[in-house]
Design a protein around this ligand. Structure first.
Ligand SMILES: [Zn+2]
Length: 331
């Protein structure tokens, strides 16, 4: 091993070999992603998987560490990989220039830890469900103006992002038509694209903390248990205790849909049921019901057969990485 890691080897419980054997996936090479990637490369994490389908814009340059004016228009993963290779030529970089939902699962499943520093709640939701389904720890960070937050999800041990209100309900519903359509009717003044205030000082704080948590997970040290909120203006860190939700649709082992009040339902009742399902679980218009792996058209005759006590059906939705499973229990 080169002298590169001498100083961190002095830290108690450090294991450089473990770091070199590890793979960290960075979803989003923006403000948090670039800061975190630079730190992980310096520390000598053996493999970094970079996932981003964006190209560089001039407005990224106030906070996204790797990019220069001459890079505008180029792919974020390409420039990031180039810089990371300069920082540490001893590590492997795997570039995925695509949305995370399209990334090959077998590649993502090699991750020791996933870091997500995204600003879209729907994608965050997808990653959360992927991390839970694949049993991969997730470190999720967010920034806004002088504020930042951080949460670590250890699948089946700690609460996931869906267990509590880190993903604001209104954001999900805004993203989920037909409710989004309804919202547009109610709030026609809302713009399609909302710009978020960002400053690099905040991304260095939260990006640094994300890496700290990733390193602790790799080294086998206990990770952050609580939701960490940082008010950079007041200079205050606040820890908020979190609890796993027994009926969480993503991380609870079984999703039970209790007391469906229909045995041979009419078409209208079925429509109501589907809307209730969408609304209860923030599902979008592309949601579909699966029964014995067949995608079902919602007709009373066919769906009527499903609604027997003990029957299991699945719901697929593009905002989740795998289907939700429901078991029907009549009261
Ligand atoms: Zn959960």
């Amino acid at each position: 091993m080169s002298d590169r890691y001498n100083r961190q080897l002095l830290i108690e419980n450090w294991d450089q070999e473990k770091l070199l054997q590890s793979t960290v996936t960075l979803v989003g090479l923006g403000a948090l992603g670039t800061v975190a990637a630079a730190s992980l490369a310096m520390t000598g994490v053996g493999t970094l998987i970079l996932v981003d389908f964006d190209t560089i814009e001039m407005s990224n340059l106030n906070r996204q560490l790797f990019f220069r004016p001459t890079d505008v228009g180029k792919a974020k993963v390409d420039i990031s990989a180039q810089i990371l290779h300069e920082i540490n030529p001893e590590i492997h970089i795997n570039k995925l220039n695509m949305p995370i939902e399209k990334a090959p699962r077998h590649t993502l499943e090699t991750s020791t830890v996933i870091l997500d520093g995204l600003d879209t709640f729907q994608t965050r939701r997808w990653i959360n469900s992927f991390a839970i389904g694949s049993h991969i720890p997730l470190v999720s960070g967010g920034i806004y103006s002088f504020l930042g937050n951080l949460q670590v999800v250890i699948p089946q041990k700690s609460p996931c992002l869906e267990c509590q209100s880190l993903i604001p309900e209104e954001e999900l519903q805004k993203a989920c038509t037909p409710f989004g359509e309804v919202r547009k009717e109610i709030h026609p003044e809302e713009k399609e694209e909302e710009f978020i205030p960002y400053v690099s000082s905040v991304s260095f704080v939260i990006g640094g903390l994300m890496v700290q948590e990733a390193l602790k997970i790799i080294l086998g040290l206990p990770p952050l248990k609580e939701y960490l909120f940082w008010d950079g203006k007041a200079g205050i860190f606040t820890s908020v205790p979190l609890e796993r939700r027994e009926d969480c649709i993503v991380c609870s082992p079984r999703y039970q849909l209790k007391a469906i009040p229909i045995r041979s339902p009419s078409d209208q009742q079925l429509k109501d049921f589907v809307i209730q399902l969408q609304y209860s679980f923030n599902l979008g218009p592309e949601m579909a019901i699966l029964f014995q792996t067949q995608k079902l058209a919602i007709t009373s005759e066919r769906v009527g057969k499903i609604f027997t006590s003990g029957a299991i059906f699945r719901v697929v939705d593009p905002t989740l990485s795998s289907p939700l499973k429901f078991e029907i229990i009549f009261d």
